[in-house]
Structure formats: structure tokens, C-alpha cells
Design a binder for this molecule. Structure first.
Ligand SMILES: [Zn+2]
Length: 281
């Protein structure tokens, strides 16, 4: 564990980029071998806007990373934050707890808020308006959303008292985990279900990408599914019944256009339908 911590404390940017590219490549190949849905899309054309938003996410996170470093330094010097106030524990437990709490404050919480606050939902729309969810969807975040998520992570580092090594470890895990849960791959149903007791599984996250409520407002988890189970936001929907996208933004051409997506948060709020509305029409 100490070796892992040492490595992540000074992980070179090149290695972080390799994890990003390596993960996408791996899941891209798996999607060809064991696809969940047989999409009729052009895989590369579909990937262009998603790659663009992945790039803006990387740039924003890279540009603001110094704030994470400064905060992590400050909490260390001042012995501040939840995990530092707890009784002495093994390094393994300390790392696990740090990563889990970061997953809650830095990922579950902003995601939940983005679905609850109308203004933020309009920013988060870009992530949901993908009609063909695959591994490239993982970081399809409007630049404003990248800033929102970063702010929560920064607050997380402060309140949890996370050392920088754990922040970088968490970010690397989160990267691969989201590429995996968005990937258009079919795992055996039983294995997927078993996994979803502790971690977010591919099927579990796909429910969140269903085009209508109440499913869109469920399964906010990033790495660990325990937060959804704990706070009652866990939902199940058969993988065969899932339809990707958002009811209020059904234009597939616009949803694949970078310019239109950049402007998406600035549309007036559109009231969502629900499953019941759909049934009654
Ligand atoms: Zn969402």
C-alpha cells in the first residue's frame, strides 16, 4: 500500500494520460467483442464530441490541479479533516476510507445536486443527451460541469482531509470506473448484479441514462454503489428496456454537434415528462 501511495503522490501527467487513453482503448475493443446494444452509429463520428468534452475536462482539471495540491498540503500541515480526526488506523483502511468519502463528496453529491437544481441540470444535460452511450460518454461533461465537479472535489479534499496521493489515486480509479460503467459491454446479468452491491456496475449506471424520469434521477453513484443504496436513490430497470437520451432534448443531430452542446445549458428549462405521462399519451 505504501508503494501505491508513494507512486500516486507524484504520478506524472504522462501516466495519467496513459490511464485515460489506455482505458478508452481497452473498453472500445471490448465493445467490439461483447456489445450490449448493437448500435447502428458511426463509432468514430459519435466519439468526436465526446472526445472534445473529455479534452476540455482534462484541461480544466489540469489547470486547477494546483488548488487540490495547495488544499491537500494545508490539511496535512494543520492535521485537518474527517479522516485525520478519526483514531489511528491501518494505511489500507485510511486509503479506503479516504477514497470512499471522496467518492461521496466529490462525485455522488455534485451529481445528485445537478439533478435536483434546475440551473445545474441544464449544465449536466450534455452528459445525458448522448443517444449511444459507450465508453467515450464517460467524460462528456460541459466545461461548466467540469468546474462544478472540481469545486465539490476541492471541498471534499478540505473537509475529508485527503492527502494528495489519495486524491490522485481516487481520480485514476474514477476515470477507469466511469469508462467501464459507460462502456457498451454486456456482462453476465448475475455478475453485474453481484457487483452492484458494492460498486457501480455497467447495467446499474445505464439505468441512469434512460431517457425519462424517474430512472434519470437514480443511480448517481460513481465508483461505489453504497451511496445510492444508503440514500434510497438506487433503481433497477431491465437492460433491454433502456432507451438512452433525455426526453426534453430529443434532437439527435444537435446532440452530436459540439457547438449545439456548448450552448445546451443556456436553453430555457424544459419540464421533463415522467413514465406516467408517457403511458397516458
Ligand atoms: Zn446524471
Amino acid at each position: 500500500m505504501e508503494a501505491i501511495i508513494d507512486y500516486f503522490e507524484t504520478i506524472p501527467s504522462l501516466h495519467r494520460s496513459l490511464i485515460l487513453v489506455g482505458g478508452i482503448t481497452l473498453f472500445w475493443l471490448l465493445e467490439g467483442i461483447l456489445p450490449l446494444f448493437k448500435f447502428t452509429y458511426k463509432k468514430w463520428t459519435h466519439a468526436i464530441p465526446n472526445m472534445f468534452f473529455t479534452l476540455t475536462t482534462v484541461i480544466i482539471n489540469f489547470g486547477l490541479a494546483f488548488l487540490l495540491l495547495k488544499t491537500a498540503d494545508w490539511v496535512k500541515i494543520n492535521d485537518f479533516g474527517i479522516i485525520n480526526w478519526l483514531p489511528e488506523m491501518s494505511l489500507w483502511l485510511y486509503a479506503l476510507l479516504g477514497v470512499m468519502l471522496l467518492d461521496f463528496v466529490g462525485a455522488y453529491l455534485p451529481h445528485y445536486v445537478e439533478h435536483r437544481v434546475k440551473l445545474l441540470w441544464r449544465v449536466h444535460l450534455v452528459h445525458h443527451t448522448d443517444h449511444n452511450v459507450d465508453t467515450t460518454t464517460a467524460n462528456r461533461h460541459h466545461p461548466l460541469e467540469s468546474v462544478i465537479r472540481f469545486t465539490f472535489t476541492l471541498f471534499g479534499v478540505f473537509i475529508i482531509g485527503t492527502p494528495i496521493a489519495l486524491v490522485f489515486l481516487y481520480q485514476s480509479m474514477s476515470l477507469v470506473a466511469t469508462q467501464f460503467t459507460h462502456a457498451n459491454i454486456k456482462m453476465p446479468k448475475k455478475l453485474d448484479k453481484l457487483m452492484s452491491y458494492v460498486l457501480v456496475s455497467p447495467d446499474m449506471h445505464k439505468v441512469h441514462h434512460h431517457y425519462v424520469l424517474p430512472y434519470t434521477d437514480s443511480n448517481y453513484g460513481n465508483i461505489f454503489s453504497i451511496w445510492d443504496r444508503l440514500f434510497g436513490t438506487f433503481m433497477v430497470l431491465d437492460r433491454e428496456k433502456i432507451i438512452y437520451g433525455v426526453d426534453t432534448f430529443p434532437d439527435e443531430i444537435a446532440n452530436g454537434n459540439i457547438k449545439a452542446l456548448l450552448k445546451q445549458p443556456f436553453h430555457k428549462y424544459r419540464k421533463p415528462t415522467t413514465i406516467d405521462d408517457v403511458k397516458s399519451t
